[in-house]
Design a protein around this ligand. Structure first.
Ligand code: NDP
Ligand code: GDR
Length: 338
């Protein structure tokens, strides 16, 4: 029997890769996005799956839209990926972020509980929940210490998912995913912003670009591998929470160094603090500047995950290191440039 999966947030990075993964596993895939997102399907087009999915409009702020979709199909698995997912933006729209990234999850859980509690549920939890970290390597039992409206909304979703699992015996699991990137990453996130910026400079389309904090450290993995972990979490006997990460962490500055090296750019860092710059050694022109507008009111300085539980119970481990990930992103960006 063909299984049916509903992916919320189908138009996002993970939605596209998960849609492709589940289609390859012979699932019937329903992808939902909000009304305005219909035209933004470049990711699905890029993966060649645009015409293989069933689309439903489902704004996570509206419980009636959610109920309508759950009544229309016999759903086996739900992957809740939809969210206002940009940490920086959550400081400017804390109420919308809480409503969608936080309460949106509860609307889905309530719908499942009341219509068919046998449906399996995956929640896209985040390493941002660890925030100002309380343990050197973060694992499932590390205390949460969120630092943004986004992270606080994710904490709510994480706990309410556990609560529905414990209270109603629902198969509801959370993947605590650390940053994962790809050529399909949104342009506002730092990795893709850097790669697009550097390529624009090489093509003489811009002279420089601006960033915020260069010294935050992130554990970056490859999104295409991370969606497999989501699926695995819903195939094991018992629902649980799993950290998905690479176990390695790098500064934004190191990410830039690896990228400029791969692009054969002859550059060096000069200056300190707000005056720190990346310059072209030959013509002394500035390529990257700091603009405090990209600093966050409250920053997460250090994240690195311990994925031992996922390795042991799901047989999952990361395969792509940061150097390889940057190569994948740059090669693809160059291919589709223009
Ligand atoms: P994206 O930002 O690329 O995608 C988010 C999706 O949610 C988009 O399809 C977006 O639609 C949709 N969405 C936003 N608001 C609403 C709304 N009001 N109603 C319905 N849908 C909405 O995120 P990613 O693919 O990178 O991440 C997927 C999930 O995983 C998110 O929940 C994110 O917070 C979480 N996560 C991501 C990590 C990462 O490193 N990528 C790490 C840990 C967790 P639209 O196209 O209209 O914007
Ligand atoms: P993050 O990703 O906040 O970790 O959330 P992002 O790429 O936005 O920031 C990573 C780090 O880079 C610093 N930074 C900048 N960030 C952006 N976006 N733009 C800049 O110009 C810039 N300069 C420096 C940030 O301050 C930060 O420290 C991502 C999202 O996908 C979340 O949805 C997800 O939950 C987490 O990853 C895990």
């Amino acid at each position: 029997m063909k299984k049916t999966a509903l992916i919320t947030g189908i138009s996002g990075q993970d939605g596209a890769y998960l849609g492709q993964f589940l289609l390859n596993k012979n699932y019937k895939v329903i992808g939902s996005d909000r009304r305005s997102a219909r035209s933004v399907n470049w990711r699905l087009r890029r993966l060649g799956i645009e015409n293989k999915l069933i689309y439903e409009e489902m704004e996570l702020g509206e419980i009636y839209e959610i109920q309508r979709v759950f009544k229309k199909y016999k759903i086996d698995e739900v992957y809740n990926l939809a969210a206002q997912s940009f940490v920086g933006a959550s400081f400017n729209s804390p109420l919308n972020t809480s409503n969608i990234t936080g309460l949106g999850t509860l609307r889905i859980l309530e719908t499942i509980r009341s219509l068919n509690p046998k449906i399996k549920f995956y929640q896209a939890s985040s390493s941002e929940m660890f925030g100002d970290v309380l343990e050197r390597k973060q694992k499932e039992t590390t205390p949460l210490n969120p630092q943004s409206p986004y992270a606080i909304s994710k904490v709510f979703s994480h706990y309410i998912t556990q609560n529905y699992r414990n209270s109603y015996g629902m198969f509801a699991s959370s993947g605590i995913l650390f940053n994962h990137e790809s050529p399909l990453r949104g342009e506002e996130f730092v990795t893709r912003k850097i790669i697009i910026g550097l390529i624009k400079i090489l093509k003489n389309d811009i002279k420089y670009f601006e960033l915020g904090n260069l010294y935050a450290k992130r554990d970056w993995g490859y999104a295409k591998e991370y969606v497999e972990a989501m699926w695995k979490m819903l195939q094991v006997k018992k629902p649980s929470d799993y950290v998905i990460a690479t176990g390695k962490t790098y500064t934004i500055k190191k990410f830039i160094d690896i990228a400029t090296n791969y692009l054969n750019m002859n550059v060096k860092w000069i200056g300190k603090g707000l005056n720190e710059k990346l310059i072209d050694i030959k013509n002394k022109k500035t390529i990257i500047k700091i603009n405090p507008k990209f600093f966050r009111p409250s920053e997460v300085n250090f994240l690195v995950g311990n994925f031992s539980k996922a390795k042991k119970e799901l047989g999952w481990k990361p395969k792509t290191n940061l150097k390889k990930l940057i190569k994948i992103m740059i090669d693809d960006e160059l291919k589709y440039y223009n």
